[in-house]
Structure formats: structure tokens, C-alpha cells
Design a binder for this molecule. Structure first.
Ligand code: NAI
Ligand code: MG
Length: 499
């Protein structure tokens, strides 16, 4: 314990906020049935600050037995007190949660940045975004309608929209606070209960949000938080016969495992998976906007974003000039101290991701792509990687097909609209895409032709809780956010009443 305590001080060096330090020094437990408890096994695991590789905290290593306990608590809440709580009151809880997130935005964003490595400015934006998501779904709680149907005159037929039940929610490390809000806010708005598992790399902010949920007055058992590993705690959630729905965000590989595991009791499944999104630039685009946004499109969160614009397609005649201008800008965007407000790119989240990105940089070079900028990871402490821009990339190379999850873009020329769409769609993924042009007709035509769940025109990475988000093809199943999440978290009952 002594060793960990001194490591926390090193891991959080420079942090003055007593709220952050107090939270870090406290033991981390699981939230089950409204109480903080250690893992049944007594085991813990280390979580790190990726900027300095020091141990930031020990978290409880929940596994199957803890998931089982949490599912029982969730079921009791669902069938007990929670079911008697009406939509106005549910809206009240979510509004209070939004207020609490805003009240603690600096503390939450600092914890997020310490544990994930993301730039503090981004952590602030994402934390405020989570408050907006809670507020948006607070509005929905009182607007979930059934229908009366024009049945036979001797019949009165209507539908009820009811909660799905116990939801297992497995979230990744790339936007922990944001992902928590995307899962918890709609689930509770619709009257469900949850067993949520944050990623093992970033367990901390979910635990702080759990404290805030209790402070907001959410009854015990409605939200249960199990920290632990994917192969144990995550797999137990995916398989559990007491869980009615599983919502997962993460790799396509694990998404397939979740879908397979769901067959035991035919859970409802929603999956938000990987991407290899095309960012298509026509020569007539406004370059003052396109260049900085295309750069942030693949460097925000060090490129560890499922919708990152990592395949930059540029009209052929304009390709060389674009590459020069993008490279000049990108050369100034060095990865730096995530807690510095000026920093735009922090370290990658973990050693594993660092090695993975390094591996892809080597693969790119072996495949014959040319790093016009970068091409290697940084040496020294922390998992820092500066932007890489590959040219001479063919769309069939591995670096253009597989999700790298680092600040790495492949710039690929195209001939005309048709060629841009063909190459853009030539991927197993379909999460997002962008088109840059000043031609209105072309903007709409290309937006229609792209097989992606989100298409940005003359912008990138814009996400608003009012609009659905999710993937075509192997980028997922279902749509989160917007009113689409209400469909994910409710089921419809048809009632016939003979008159
Ligand atoms: P992952 O898919 O293994 O992890 C995401 C979540 O799933 C974590 O909470 C993890 O504990 C859990 N998990 C892992 N194995 C599981 C299992 N067998 N059953 C149930 N839950 C399980 O992603 P990982 O390994 O952290 O990253 C690998 C790659 O996945 C990244 O390089 C990136 O390409 C992709 N990824 C995509 C994300 C997205 O936003 N779509 C988020 C995270 C990773
Ligand atoms: Mg994994």
C-alpha cells in the first residue's frame, strides 16, 4: 500500500486540486446495490497515468461472482422501487446528474486526462458533453409514448413502450465519461437498470460518476459499476442469463464475441465498433477550414477515436499541394503534456496501444507507404506519438484497411466523384465519413452514396446527443444517441382489450 501511495503522488505530480487527490487516495471499490464493496476475490489491478507510466490507483478486480451479485441487485431494483418511480422523477434524477457533472467538471476532466492521457481541453469538452447527454435524455423520460391503433370496432388496441430490463453495458477507454453518459442516460430515461463495466485501462471516472449518481438520489441497485477485465468481468456480463440487453462499445473483434455470447438467452444487442473513416477532399473545398479540421480529424485523442478520419482522399490534381499544406500544419502539432491547456494531442492510453501503433507504422513502411511526416513513436517516458502522414498508400494496404487507433493518416488520391465514393466505401467498416466541397449538389450526392452511419459535410467529428450515431457494416449494430437510443432501451407491448 505504501508503494502505491507514493506512486499516486508521482503519477499525479503537478495536480493541486484536493478533490482529485482525495479521490485518487481513496480505495476504489465496486458499486453494487448502492454500496461500495471490494471484489469478492479481494483482488485489485493497477491503473496508470499514460503520460508518465506511474501507477495512478488500484481498482477492484471484479469478476463473474461480482457481476452475478450486481445483476441480482439490478433485478431487485427493476422489479421493486424503480418500477414505481414515474418519468418526471426519472427526469429529475438525470437533470440533477447533469448539474453535478457540471459542478465537478474540472475534477472529472482532470481525472479523465490523468487516466486516459487525453488533452485537458478535450476532457473538458467531453465532460460538458456528458452533462448535455444526461440533460437531453432527461427530456425524453417524459416523452416515451405508446400508440392507440385503429383496430376493429370491437377492440381497443394500444401499445406500451416498456423498459428492456437489466442492461449490461461495456464501455471502452477512449472516452470514458462520454461513453458512460451515452449508456446510462438513455437506459435510465427509459426505466431500465444497469450493470456497467468501464475499461480496465480507465476505471476511475466511472467510479466518480457512480458517486455522483448516488448523490443525485438514484435508488440503490439501479446502476451498478463493476471494474475489471474484459475477458472475465466483461465476458460474464455478455453471457449472463439475468441480463436482458447488452450495449457494447469497443473493438469489432470483441463485438463479435459479445454477439455470440448473447445467444444463450437471446439478449438484445447494440454494438458500436471500429472504423476506418474516409475524409474526402475535393479541390473546390474551403481549405482554411478543411486543413485544420482534417488534421484534428485524425489527431484528436491521438487518433484513438472510432470515427477518426484516417483515410484522407484528395482529388488527384490537388493532391501534392494538399499534402504539403497538411504536413506543414501537422508538423507543428506535437504530442505534449495533456494537462497543459495548450496541448491538443496527449499520449496514447497504454503501452499496449503504443506498441500496436508502433507496429502499424512499421507495417506501413514495409508495405511501401512513405511517411511524409513522422513514421515512428517517441522515445522516453509516456506513450507519446506525434502525427504521421503516409503518402503512396493504396487503399488495399493494411494501414488503409485496419483500425490503427493512433494519430496516423493515409493520404490517397482520387480521380473524380465516382472514384472517391468507390474507394471511400471500399472498407469493411462504415462508421463515419466526410466530404469537403463547395458544390451543394455534389455534397448531397456524395453524402448519400457513402455507406456510413454519420456523414459530415465541411466539418468533422461533430457529435450532438440529438443525432443518432452508429455504424454500417462491421462498425456495429443499432444507433445510439438521438431518439434512436429510446428504441434500443425500450420494447413494445401490444394490448388488445375487447369492448
Ligand atoms: P476491447 O474491445 O478489447 O475493449 C473494449 C471494452 O470491452 C473494455 O471494457 C474491455 O474490458 C471489454 N472487453 C474486452 N474483451 C472482452 C470480452 N471478451 N468480453 C466482454 N468484454 C470484453 O478493445 P481494446 O483491446 O482496448 O482495444 C483494441 C482495439 O480496439 C483498439 O486498437 C481499437 O482499434 C479498437 N477499439 C475501438 C473502440 C471504439 O470506440 N470503437 C474503443 C476501444 C478500442
Ligand atoms: Mg481487447
Amino acid at each position: 500500500m505504501v508503494a502505491v501511495a507514493s506512486s499516486i503522488e508521482r503519477a499525479a505530480a503537478g495536480i493541486k486540486s484536493s478533490a482529485v487527490l482525495d479521490f485518487l487516495r481513496k480505495p476504489k471499490q465496486l458499486l453494487i446495490d448502492g454500496k461500495w464493496v471490494p471484489a469478492k476475490s479481494g483482488k485489485t489491478f493497477q491503473t496508470f497515468n499514460p503520460a508518465n507510466e506511474e501507477v495512478l490507483a488500484l481498482a477492484a478486480e471484479g469478476d463473474r461472482a461480482d457481476v452475478d451479485e450486481a445483476v441480482k441487485a439490478a433485478r431487485r431494483a427493476l422489479e421493486g422501487k424503480w418500477s414505481s418511480i414515474g418519468p418526471h422523477q426519472r427526469a429529475g434524477y438525470l437533470l440533477r446528474m447533469a448539474d453535478l457533472i457540471e459542478k465537478h467538471v474540472d475534477e472529472l476532466a482532470t481525472l479523465e486526462s490523468l487516466n486516459n492521457g487525453m488533452a485537458i481541453s478535450l476532457a473538458n469538452r467531453m465532460t460538458n458533453g456528458a452533462a448535455s447527454t444526461f440533460r437531453y435524455y432527461a427530456g425524453w423520460a417524459t416523452k416515451i409514448y405508446g400508440e392507440t391503433n385503429p383496430s376493429d370496432p370491437s377492440m381497443f388496441n394500444y401499445t406500451l413502450r416498456e423498459p428492456v430490463g437489466v442492461c449490461g453495458q461495456i464501455i471502452p477507454w477512449n472516452g470514458p465519461i462520454s461513453m458512460f453518459s451515452w449508456k446510462i442516460a438513455p437506459a435510465l430515461a427509459c426505466g431500465n437498470v444497469s450493470v456497467i463495466k468501464p475499461a480496465e485501462q480507465t476505471p476511475l471516472t466511472a467510479l466518480r460518476l457512480g458517486e455522483l449518481l448516488l448523490e443525485a438520489g438514484i435508488p440503490e441497485g439501479v446502476v451498478n459499476i463493476i471494474t475489471g477485465y474484459g475477458e472475465t468481468a466483461g465476458a460474464a456480463i455478455a453471457e449472463h442469463p439475468g441480463i436482458d440487453k447488452v450495449a457494447f462499445t469497443g473493438s469489432t473483434e470483441v463485438g463479435k464475441l459479445i454477439l455470440r455470447a448473447s445467444t444463450g438467452n437471446l439478449k438484445r444487442v447494440s454494438l458500436e465498433l471500429g472504423g476506418k473513416s474516409p475524409n474526402i477532399v475535393f479541390a473546390d473545398a474551403n481549405m482554411d477550414e478543411c486543413l485544420p479540421t482534417s488534421l484534428s480529424g485524425f489527431t484528436t485523442l491521438s487518433g484513438q477515436v472510432c470515427c477518426a478520419g484516417t483515410r484522407v482522399f484528395v482529388q488527384r490534381d490537388f493532391h501534392d499541394e494538399f499534402v504539403e499544406r497538411l504536413t506543414t500544419r501537422a508538423a507543428q502539432a506535437k504530442a505534449g503534456d495533456p494537462l497543459d491547456p495548450q496541448t491538443t494531442i496527449g499520449p496514447l492510453v497504454s503501452k499496449e496501444q503504443f506498441e500496436r501503433v508502433r507496429g502499424y507504422l512499421d507495417i506501413g513502411k514495409k508495405e511501401g507507404a512513405e511517411p511524409k511526416l513522422g513514421g515512428d513513436v517517441r522515445k522516453g517516458k509516456g506513450y507519446f506519438v506525434d502525427p504521421t502522414i503516409f503518402t503512396h498508400v493504396r487503399n488495399d494496404m493494411r494501414i488503409a484497411r485496419e483500425e490503427i487507433f493512433g494519430p496516423v493518416a493515409s493520404v490517397i488520391p482520387f480521380k473524380d466523384e465516382n472514384d472517391a465514393v468507390l474507394q471511400g466505401n471500399d472498407t469493411t467498416y462504415g462508421l463515419a465519413a466526410a466530404v469537403w466541397t463547395n458544390d451543394v449538389r455534389r455534397a448531397h450526392q456524395v453524402a448519400r452514396a457513402l455507406k456510413a452511419g454519420t456523414v459530415w459535410v465541411n466539418c468533422y467529428n461533430n457529435i450532438d446527443p440529438i443525432s443518432p450515431f452508429g455504424g454500417y457494416k462491421q462498425s456495429g449494430i443499432g444507433r445510439e444517441l438521438g431518439k434512436q437510443s429510446i428504441d434500443l432501451y425500450t420494447q413494445v407491448k401490444s394490448v388488445y382489450l375487447k369492448l
